[in-house]
Design a protein around this ligand. Structure first.
Ligand code: PMP
Length: 434
């Protein structure tokens, strides 16, 4: 009798159905590989240089200052000084008055902001449009909420003869995008500047998306974590600022990306109360609250940036200037060895074409694993250089659409980029010599 009931218990599945098909995670896999094998890690997206001094100093002041209440709980939906300054800052950017208590919510990084959006706004059977290639967590998060992801690709237009490709060469087909909207569509996820390509969506492209959202009463989850990282004088346009879009949009940001402090895990959402009130429900019933001291320090960082807005001393002006130089460096060093870079207009990522290096890592016919993934693994194990395969940013069915690109992160010290260059140069010499 006892063993029967034990057997019944053993055969009952322990895993909740909502986790089905979401157990693999590219970051878990590639972070481990990089930790084991890499000499130079241009894989996961984080700077290897420190955050700005003013931010570190704010953190230290918050930690050891007189206000010991900063070691205790604060308001669930965001530490008051932080939501106040975010409302002021984004109010200015969006050209509208924002209420810190209802139009802003602080989250544990942009990751939790995304999670709150999908849990709060997507129901069983809802469709969510995702533009490929995409930051990988959108797909499992939609699925966990019971929704169905519907993918629409950025299509690569051939660049002009002899010119390097640009992330702007990847474009939406307007008719194809429109065909994905239906009565079942609840939301579209937009990520501009886009990880992994570095594409900065143009006003025309954003208006196309906005018009479809308004026409079909579809929500827009706008992941803008790289909002300050745009190059060559390009402009980052917030889709929430386009006509009719405020009421349809949740805008997501990240102090990790904004202030080069990814480990602090401070993120936020900005949007109309009609949407944010439901995000607050998810937040209060799950995470409830984010680290007070990190929120306090980020609030002070934004205070400084508000005062210096648009001025040369602003970190939001300086960081992209420095990163553009790093981008140009990596573009040059990849181009010199024949690993053709796609010049990114934004973000701190760069996708490169590995076609000329394929002879070093022969294809395995009928392998389940996309070629670029095997290439990236081979590269970190044999050359000590870590990067992320582009297929990681495609849905299961489309992982083989492009199999000859890998993504590098260039938010790295000069010495790191130089070490990457040395590896690539040596590799090229070994390839060409008999
Ligand atoms: N969205 C995008 C597009 C990202 O690239 C990342 C981080 N790589 C996130 C969200 C998550 O940001 P956070 O570290 O603030 O959780």
């Amino acid at each position: 009798f006892l063993s029967l009931s034990l057997q019944a218990k053993m055969s009952r599945p322990v895993q909740a159905r909502r986790l089905e098909g979401t157990d693999k995670n590219i970051w878990v896999e590639f972070v481990k590989l990089a930790a084991t094998y890499s000499k130079v890690n241009l894989g996961q997206g984080f700077p290897d240089f420190p955050p700005p001094d003013f931010l570190k100093e704010s953190f230290v002041r918050a930690l050891s200052g007189e206000n010991y209440m900063l070691h205790q709980y604060t308001r669930a939906f965001g530490h008051p000084p932080l939501v106040k300054i975010l409302a002021q800052f984004f109010g200015k950017l969006l050209g509208r008055d924002l209420d810190p208590m209802t139009n802003v919510m602080v989250t544990v990084g942009a990751y939790q902001a995304l999670f709150c959006c999908f849990q709060a706004l997507v129901d069983e059977g809802d469709e969510v449009i995702i533009i490929e290639p995409f930051f990988d967590c959108y797909e499992p998060m939609v699925k966990m909420a019971g929704g169905t992801p519907v993918f629409v690709p950025l299509r690569l237009k051939a660049p002009k003869d002899g010119k390097l490709m640009s992330s702007a060469d990847w474009q939406l087909d307007p008719a194809e995008l429109a065909s994905k909207f239906s009565e079942r569509t609840k939301a579209i996820v937009l990520n501009s500047p886009n990880n992994p390509l570095g594409k900065v969506f143009s006003r025309e492209e954003l208006e196309l998306i906005a018009d479809l959202c308004v026409k079909h009463d579809v929500l827009c989850i706008s992941d803008e974590v790289y909002e300050w990282l745009v190059y060559d004088g390009k402009e980052h346009i917030r889709i929430a600022s386009l006509r009719g879009m405020w009421d349809h949009t949740v805008t997501i940001g990240s102090a990790g990306k904004t202030f080069s402090a990814t480990g602090w895990k401070v993120g936020w959402t900005v949007g109309p109360n009609r949407l944010l009130q439901h995000l607050r429900t998810v937040h209060q019933n799950s995470v409830y609250h984010c680290a007070t001291i990190a929120q306090e320090a980020v609030a002070q960082g934004f205070q400084r940036e508000l005062e210096l807005y648009g001025k040369p001393d602003s970190y939001f002006v300086q960081l992209p200037k420095e990163l553009q130089q790093k981008r140009d460096w990596l573009v040059q060093s990849l181009d010199a060895v024949g690993m053709k870079p796609i010049i990114p207009e934004g973000t701190y990522f760069l996708v490169a074409d590995i076609s000329k290096f394929k002879s070093d890592v022969p294809d395995v016919p009928d392998s389940d694993e996309p070629y670029d993934s095997r290439f990236a693994k081979w590269m970190v194990k044999n050359k000590g250089l870590a990067a992320i395969p582009l297929s990681a940013f495609y849905s299961g069915a489309h992982k083989n659409n492009y199999n000859h690109f890998i993504r590098f992160c260039f938010a790295k010290e000069e010495a790191t980029l130089k070490a990457a260059n040395d590896i690539l140069q040596k590799w090229k010499r070994e390839k060409t010599s008999p």
